[in-house]
Design a protein around this ligand. Structure first.
Ligand code: ATP
Length: 742
């Protein structure tokens, strides 16, 4: 039930004006231009009408009190409608009590309020709370108050349902049948579907966009992995190689050492032998000394021999003297026997003296002998025998001494001779060993030079090995730079298989090749790229999942739309059938017979599209849509179709249809603005009857100049416009109404 309408600053209603609708039929009457239609438009406005044109304006501003010579213009227009909810038509509100404000006990009243400001801004309120237009529309659709306003038939607009094309009619019917709610739902679902499909496209394009990046990153990561593999492979190879080189160097060193050792040993020996040989040769230089010594000995021997011979001579003399003395003694002994004494001649003594003095070495003995002779010379003749004997004895002693001396000399000589022979032999021997030594020196020095050459070669090898060792150390450093700790511990690595010596160069070349390959792959750190690849993959996976979700929700939306369409279709068909029954009934009533029917037609809609040059083209595929045709035939007249009807006939037909629609799906209220204008008296009566019948299902607000119509109203409001151009309302009785209307 419509309870009241409050209009403030709306069009000609400058001041707050309230209308109460206590009865089922309310009439609004008044002279032309007083503001009656503005009331109908206030209903349109508050129920969410978006077409300003349908409220006879161009902009929202046109709906606001524009001022007059007496009263200034308003800043906003406000219309408030109060609906009773005792039939619980607004079930949405019941379900969603939060929307209305007071939550308890349901809503007895629904208060809808719309405000438009001069800037064209609209505000909507539901039971005092600010809401969106769409909330109002949804709420009203549920109570069979369509936004298209079939329940508000503006002045001259009754005909609209006839003049509309088939598609528009279909819309009107849908609205009237309360199917708009499905339509909204469908549209909303379609919007959602569109949005979802846009999202799908967006996600798909995002995936397409990142796909090359993923491919690029994948390649990068593969490259990094390959690099890593190569690095590991290279590290292994490098370690093996280093170990191989280490083994090689060690082997070579020990080999050289083992080769060097005997050579050094040999050289040492040779050196010793050389020294010996040299010593021998040096010794032979002492040979001259030996010869000198030999000559000296020779001389000594000669002298000794001579002296010995002298001694032998002296001994001979002494022996002669002794034998002479012996004879003298024997003579003297004989003389003594006769004379008593014997003498030796002085001459003989002197002769002895002379002979003895010839010996140089025994000159001292001789001197003594001489002294003795001298002493005894003068009296020699007088010497006695005794003296002779003494002398004889002395000579014997002399002889004995000399013999000892000779013996000594003989010994000495023998020694000398031995010595001589020894030296002589030794000189001979020396000559032999010299020859041997010379030979040896020749051999040794050739052997020495051979060994030295060998040693030189070994040193050369050693030198080369040192260079190789430096290279090896440099390779270790390079490896550390290139591979870091990966080459640490290469000492524990197994070198390449046996025979590495032959493969050394080959391995070195292989190592260089691997190094170059690694450098070509780029030694950059791959963690960033790998991370990015992982993240991008995750993002893609997320997008894929989202795409799946979106497709799922698109599918369920499509399903929902399909269901809604089916529901719409069946309910629409059923609704049209019901309308047709009532339409025929009212039509028959109005025209005393005849036939009227709504027909569902399939319309082929040309599908317009733009080609690539921006030209409009008609696509081959055509959509089929449903439209509503109206088939009428008047009784006793041979006219068919709407175009042939008179103005009154058209009005009657449209009223019959509007009422039929309203009966099938009665809206809570219907506002009819001078729908009865074109009716004659007889038809006004029929109209009045229909109104009474309709008022049983819907509340009616009738703007009219028609007396018959007024007579059917329980409450009549009179609208007047004063000198100040402001519309005002007053409740009046039928008689007043009739006069006001006039
Ligand atoms: P009729 O019986 O001829 O149909 P009516 O009673 O329906 O007339 P309306 O059309 O409702 O009259 O009212 C029109 C009046 O409202 C005009 O006089 C017009 O000047 C006035 N009007 C319309 N818009 C405004 C506005 N924004 N500010 C002030 N007055 C306005």
């Amino acid at each position: 039930m419509l309870k009241s309408l409050e209009v403030t600053g709306f069009k000609s209603f400058a001041k707050k004006t309230e209308l109460f609708f206590k009865s089922n039929v309310t009439a609004i009457v008044g002279p032309n231009g007083s503001g009656k239609s503005n009331v109908a438009e206030a209903f349109r406005f508050v129920l969410g009408e978006q077409s300003i044109k349908s409220m006879r304006g161009k902009r929202g501003e046109d709906l606001i009190w524009n001022g007059s010579s007496e009263i200034g213009r308003a800043n906003r227009a406000k219309v408030k409608i109060v609906l009773e909810n005792n039939k619980k038509l607004f079930s949405t509100l019941e379900r969603d009590s939060a929307r209305g404000g007071s939550a308890s006990g349901g809503f007895e009243e629904v208060v809808i309020e719309r405000v438009v400001n001069r800037d064209g801004n609209n505000e909507y309120y539901l039971n005092g709370s600010s809401v969106r237009l769409k909330d109002i529309i949804a709420l009203l659709a549920e109570a069979h108050i369509g936004a298209l306003g079939q329940h508000i038939i503006s002045q001259g607009e009754a005909d609209r349902i006839l003049s509309a094309n088939m598609r528009e009619r279909k819309e009107i019917m849908e609205d009237a049948l309360g199917l708009k709610i499905y339509q909204y739902k469908r549209e909303e679902s379609e919007r959602k579907l569109q949005k979802t499909e846009e999202n799908i496209k967006q996600v798909e394009s995002l995936r397409r966009e990142i796909a090359p990046h993923i491919r690029f990153l994948k390649k990068q990561v593969e490259k990094i992995e390959k690099t890593e593999e190569l690095r590991v492979e290279l590290a292994k190879f490098y370690r093996q190689y280093l170990k191989q080189e280490k083994n090689y160097l060690e082997n070579q060193k020990s080999q050289i050492k083992s080769e060097k050792e005997p050579i050094s040993q040999k050289l040492e020996n040779l050196e010793k032998q050389m020294n010996e040989a040299k010593d021998i040769l040096e010794a032979s230089s002492k040979k001259d000394k030996k010869s000198e010594e030999l000559i000296e000995i020779e001389n000594k021997i000669e002298k000794e021999r001579f002296e010995k011979d002298e001694f032998y001579l002296k001994i001979g003399r002494i022996e002669g003297e002794i034998s002479a003395g012996k004879r003298n003694i024997e003579k003297l002994e004989a003389e003594q026997n006769k004379e008593g004494s014997k003498t030796i001649s002085l001459y003989e003594v002197e002769e002895l003296e002379r002979e003895i003095s010839a010996f140089s070495e025994i000159s001292r003995i001789i001197e003594k002998i001489r002294e003795f002779i001298q002493r005894h010379k003068n009296n020699f003749n007088n010497k006695n025998l005794e003296e002779l004997r003494f002398y004889q004895e002395k000579l014997g002693k002399q002889k004995q001494e000399m013999e000892i001396k000779i013996q000594e000399m003989e010994n000495e000589l023998k020694d000398l001779e031995n010595k001589y022979n020894f030296i002589k032999n030794s000189i001979e021997e020396d000559k032999d060993s010299e020859r041997v030594a010379e030979k040896n020196i020749f051999r040794i020095s050739s052997e020495q030079s051979e060994s030295r050459n060998k040693l030189e070669l070994l040193k050369e090898r050693e030198h080369r090995l040192e260079i190789e060792e430096t290279d090896w150390k440099r390779e270790i450093e390079e490896g550390e730079v290139l591979l870091g700790s990966a080459i640490v511990g290469f000492e524990n690595e197994l070198a390449f298989a046996e025979g590495f010596n032959e493969a050394r160069e080959e391995n070195r070349r292989e190592l260089e090749k691997m190094k170059i390959r690694l450098e070509e792959l780029g030694g950059a750190d791959g963690t960033e790229v790998t991370k990015e690849y992982k993240e991008t993959l995750e993002r893609d996976e997320y997008l894929k999942k989202e795409l799946e979700d979106l497709k799922k929700s698109a599918d369920s939306l499509k399903e929902l739309i399909k269901e809604l369409l089916e529901k719409l279709n069946t309910e629409f068909k059923q609704g049209i059938e019901k309308i047709n029954n009532t339409f025929q009934e009212f039509f028959g009533l109005m025209f005393d017979g005849g036939h009227a029917e709504l027909k569902i037609e399939k319309l082929k809609i040309k599908n317009l599209a733009e080609n690539e040059f921006g030209e409009i083209i008609i696509e081959k595929e055509q959509k089929t849509e449903i439209g509503i045709d109206i088939d009428v035939s008047l009784p006793r007249k041979r006219i068919k179709g709407l175009d042939m009807l008179s103005g009154g006939e058209r009005a009657l037909t449209s009223i019959a249809l509007i009422f039929a629609i309203s009966r099938v799906n009665p809206p809570p209220f219907i506002i009819l603005d001078e729908t009865d204008a074109a009716l004659d008296e007889a038809n006004s009566k029929k109209y009045g009857n229909m109104i009474e019948s309709l008022s049983k299902v819907s509340q009616l607000i009738l703007i009219t100049h028609n007396r018959e119509t007024m007579s059917r109203a329980s409450v009549i409001y009179g609208v007047t416009m004063g000198r100040d151009s402001i519309s005002s309302l007053l409740s009046i009785d039928f008689e007043e109404a009739v006069s006001v209307a006039k």
